[in-house]
Design a protein around this ligand. Sequence first.
Ligand code: RI2
Length: 310
Amino acid sequence: MKPIDQVRETAERISSMEIRGAGRIATAAAASLKEYALSVQAESLDDLNQKAAQAADLLLKTRPTAVSLSNAIRMVMKYEAEEIDDARKAIAINADRFIENSRRAVEKIGQIGSRRIRDGDTILTHCNSNAAISVISAAHRSGKKIQVIATESRPRFQGITTIGMLDQMGIETELIVDSAVRTVMNDVDLVVVGADVITANGTLVNKIGTAQIALCAREARTSFMVAAETYKFSPMTILGELVTIEERDATEVLADISRYRHVRVRNPAFDVTPHQYIDLICTEAGAIPPEMSYLIIRERLGWDMEEESI
Ligand code: RI2
C-alpha cells in the first residue's frame, strides 16, 4: 500500500464512522500522520512538509464538527526541522505524545469525575463516550454500587456500544429509547455525557439529543456533567468562529425515502447545549464550571492568537 493510501483508508474509516468518538478519531488521525511521515518518500524538506500538510488536510476533512480532530492535527503538525529525517521524527514524537496524553487524560477524568458519584447513584449517559465511561467505570471500580441508564442514540445506535462496554465491566445497566429520557429522569442522580466541542463560553456541542437531555435534567433538578479532555475545547471560538454541525446522510435515518414525494429527512449529528444547563465540565486539568472554558483554551491548549491569521 502506498503511504498516502493508508491515510486515505484511515480518512474513509473516520468518515464512515467505523472509527468514531471524538477522542478516537483524534488519536487515529495522529497515528495515521505518524505512519505517513515515517514512510512517505520525499525529495526535500519542503516536499515532506507539503506532503504531510496534504495528508493532514485529508484527515481534517473527514468530520467537520469534532474539534478534537483539528486540535490533534494542529499539535502533530507543530514542528520545526532543518532536515527531512528530523521532520519525520518530530511528527512521530508529536503524534506519540498526543496519543499518550489522550490516554492519560481519559484516565484522570475518570478519577476526578468519579468523586462526584455517590454510592447507590443512577447515572444516565448518552451515545458512546470514552470519557464519560471512564467516569462511570472509575466509580464502579472504587466499589460504589451504581446503576446506569443508557440511551440508544439513534440513528447510529452508539448506545449499543455503551451497554456492551458497561456489561463487560459488570455494571448494572438499563437501555432506553432516546424519547424515554424524561420518563426516567426522576430516577437519575447524575447525567454524564462526553463532548465533541466545548466553546470559549462553555457551550457544549455533543451527540444529537444531548440538549434535550440537559433540558430534562434541568427541569428535574438533576446534575449534568460533561466529561471532556482539554483538546475538546475549541480555540477558534475565541475568534468568534461558529461550530459547524455535521449533517449526515438521510439514509442513516430512513433507508429508502423514494416513495415519499414531499418528505425530506434531516440528520444533524450534533446539537448545542447552552452552558447554563451544565453543572460541571470534568477535564484532566480539573473539574471546572463551564464559564472557565476560556481559560482552558488559553492556558492548556497553549493557544496563541498571534500565531493564527485572523
Ligand atoms: P469520546 C461522539 O461522536 C459522541 O458525540 C460522544 O459524546 C463524543 O463523540 C465524545 O466521545 P460520534 O463520533 O471522545 O459518535 O468521549 O459522532 O469517546
